[in-house]
Write a protein that binds this ligand. Sequence first.
Ligand code: PGA
Length: 255
Amino acid sequence: MNKSLRKAVIAGNWKMNKTPAETTALINEIKPLVADADCDVVCCVPYVDLFAALEAAKGSNIKIGAENCHWAKSGAFTGEVSAEMLKACGVDIVITGHSERRTYFGDTDVTVHDRTRAALDNGMTVILCVGEYLEQREQNITMEVVSSQVKIALAGVSKEELDRIIIAYEPVWAIGTGKTATADQAEEVCKAIRELIAELYDKEAADKFVVQYGGSMNAKNADELLGKEDVDGGLIGGASLKAPDFAAIVKAASK
Ligand code: PGA
């Protein structure tokens, strides 16, 4: 497996933070700091901030993504936003299956599959999140959990469509807790995900497939995590809200 076949992707996940005016200010602050990045740079922002973010990022190397999408085209789903609507707003990237959606908003492996399907059908790129709870790690079933999340989400996804999927391995116990997985723990699961892709598709698909790590990645630990063979980037929560920290992670991924 050859890391040089893949371009790292550093994606910020802003979660429920920032107003449109604050979004403009933060994107403007990040822009010059990441202008010479040798990796893909993405900021996933709340729906109401998308237009401000797209406008501020115009002409830069920052891509703007959303944090979720609904599986239906349209209909009686109060409070939801469809992939088709996002695409129509000029958004090409979306996160699906984030553990906060699974834990607090009832997302299941099946709805994550459906949301992923809708995004692909609308020509979008998906950052598909998977990861185990602490209890599951302690029971030594991390890979069983992660494998079934991946298999269900990717059911019916063709090899060509796989080019528009990124998997973010995010151990739930490491998200927002300051408790990062060790670089070896991150590598172990990211590598296993790549092997699973090889099994489900083939080695060529696996070699170019981007697997991110997420969970308390920051300016200090990014170098070590991103130095691992199978860690091709990061999905960054807290540290993506501070321009210098986010830029330091982008720099670590550009080496
Ligand atoms: P964190 O969040 O970096 O704040 O741990 C990561 C994520 O939830 O994607």
